[in-house]
Design a protein around this ligand. Structure first.
Ligand code: ATP
Length: 233
């Protein structure tokens, strides 16, 4: 059997995805289709399964049942090595906290994905450095994460997610640890850069102001996904 998807235009798809942790069902038949270049916000109450869904789409977690597809390939049946390559080569990640390597400087953190992809150090550092002016971080290249504010650290993390021009950015509460204004600045930068690069974004947030930056919002409730419009009507 071919592993290519014949059935849908979605670049990223969850089909009837189910995952239980011990006796806690986190996903109970989640369906989601995201088009290439689309920015989708995943909203919903605490514990509803948002992060679990994001982790399944990104090939971090493997569902118990159902299918996950990316660009015509079955992700859930890939072995760990192929999923790890997919994450490294085609996805970028932004999380809420603690994502920078504390021993490295800010510019070395941003250069990391390029170095992992085989770039030479001077080229990787130069390319990483170009993001600092772009994200309003000029002058902070040599700082370590402990010497950055939350908003600065999150912009460095954003630069690291964007530097290798991934096809998809998976962001889990990227503004969760920031004040409102800083959070909006980070979202503005994320959305502007993603649109400029044609990057698809799947963004988990519980904040309506953050979700408003997306092209489309969906709601996860009790491990299932609904379109926002269905929830409101
Ligand atoms: N590693 C784990 N082990 C056990 N239970 C887990 C694990 N990860 C998640 N869960 C449970 O699965 C359910 C869904 O969790 P998930 O983190 O996906 O929710 P969420 O919607 O992202 O919540 P929040 O908005 O609070 O981050 C919750 O009941 C949670 O307690």
């Amino acid at each position: 059997m071919s592993e290519r998807s014949e059935r849908s235009d979605g670049m990223i798809e969850a089909r009837d995805v189910r995952l239980t942790f011990g006796s806690t069902p986190a996903l109970r038949g989640a369906n989601l289709s995201v088009a290439r270049g689309e920015i989708v916000a995943v909203m919903g109450p605490s514990g509803s399964g948002k992060s679990t869904l994001l982790h399944c789409l990104a090939g971090i977690l493997v569902p118990d049942e159902g299918e996950v597809w990316f660009d015509g390939q079955r992700v859930d049946t890939m072995n760990e090595e192929r999923r790890s390559m997919l994450r490294r080569d085609r996805f970028g990640f932004v999380f809420q906290f603690g994502q920078l390597v504390p021993e490295l400087t800010a510019v070395e953190n941003v250069a990391l994905p390029l170095l992992l992809a085989g770039a030479r150090r001077p080229k990787a550092v130069a390319e990483a450095g170009a993001w600092f002016e772009r994200l309003g971080l000029g002058g902070l290249e040599g700082r370590r994460s402990g010497e950055l504010s939350g908003g600065q650290a999150q912009r460095v993390a954003l630069a690291r997610a964007l530097v290798a021009k991934p096809e998809v950015i998976y962001a889990d509460e990227p503004t969760g640890a920031l004040d409102t204004l800083t959070g909006e600045q980070v979202m503005d930068l994320l959305v502007t850069a993603a649109r400029a690069q044609g990057t698809t974004v799947v963004l988990v947030t519980h904040e309506a102001r953050v979700a408003a930056y997306a092209d489309r919002q969906v709601i996860v409730t009790d491990g299932r996904v609904d379109a926002l419009v269905e929830v409101l009507s």
